[in-house]
Ligand binder design. Structure first.
Ligand code: BEZ
Ligand code: FE
Length: 260
């Protein structure tokens, strides 16, 4: 960033914070409580969580727009490459309903993108992300796969239940103190990429989740909310080699050409 850009953006931020202090007549006690809080937020390693909850959605909207949403703090590079038929790595007794997500990767012009890479991750049914929180084994519910020659893919995973932010640290303390809840609707994360296209960072959500309209991270867009179809007949379960009912859904990812 240039000196001029830093002076412009940071200068404006400082002015606006001062305006808020002025407007709300912040006391010295409140000022010191805020200072102490921000120090503890850093000590707890929760700055990425704080910034991605409160600000990433605006940066995302300016830089990606339709079809994309925030990445959040829990992406981990180098997830395992999956083999056909794609199943997101999981424990034998992984909690949650089975979900089969199928779909396509197309260009914004509507052409299939053969061989597009889908890097996918999600929390488990207890809201823990592997490689970040204690509990799940490394790279649980994380994997990379490619779309076929027609830009199509299918992957088996679990339906993500409503998700709450990690608890017990300064972030939870602030949300509680302000009387705000700490939930996001259940979601699947993706980075979809292919040569010649802008990578698409996005998430998929599901109809019926009670937090679709009040996501603490403000990252839900209507085009990312999918319906779920339940399959519980013995024939359907047998055809899939499953012993319990499962859900299906489908989505089209749209990649923007790099020069477009
Ligand atoms: C998430 O999508 O998991 C997330 C996003 C923003 C902040 C925290 C978590
Ligand atoms: Fe997430």
């Amino acid at each position: 960033m240039s000196t001029e850009r830093i002076a412009t953006v940071v200068g404006d931020l400082i002015r606006r914070i001062n305006d808020a202090i002025d407007e709300h007549e912040v006391t010295y006690d409140e000022y010191h409580a805020a200072m102490n809080y921000l120090i503890r937020l850093g000590e707890a390693g929760e700055w990425p969580l704080f910034l991605d909850v409160f600000f990433e959605h605006t940066v995302e909207r300016l830089n990606q727009g339709e079809g994309g949403t925030i990445r959040g703090p829990y992406y981990v590079p180098d997830a395992p490459w999956l083999e056909h038929p794609y199943v997101l790595p999981q424990r034998d007794d992984e909690k949650g309903d089975v979900l089969i997500l199928s779909g396509t990767v197309h260009s914004t012009g509507g052409r299939p993108v053969p061989g597009a890479v889908l890097d996918m991750w999600q929390a488990d049914a207890d809201t823990y992300y592997s490689n970040v929180q204690e509990g799940p084994p490394p790279f649980n519910l994380r994997g990379r796969m490619t779309a076929d020659d027609n830009g199509e893919f299918e992957v088996r995973t679990i339906v993500p239940p409503s998700y709450h932010l990690p608890r017990g640290g300064p972030m939870e303390e602030l949300l509680n103190a302000a009387g705000w809840h700490d939930f996001r609707p259940g979601h699947l994360h993706f980075v979809v990429s292919a040569d010649g296209y802008e990578p698409l960072i996005t998430q998929l959500y599901f109809e019926g989740d009670r937090y679709l309209d009040s996501d603490v991270a403000s990252a839900v867009k209507p085009e990312l909310v999918l319906g779920l179809r339940k399959h519980d007949s013995p024939e359907e379960m047998e055809a899939r080699g499953l012993k319990k009912p499962f859900f299906t859904t489908t989505h089209e990812f749209r990649l923007k050409p790099q020069d477009g």
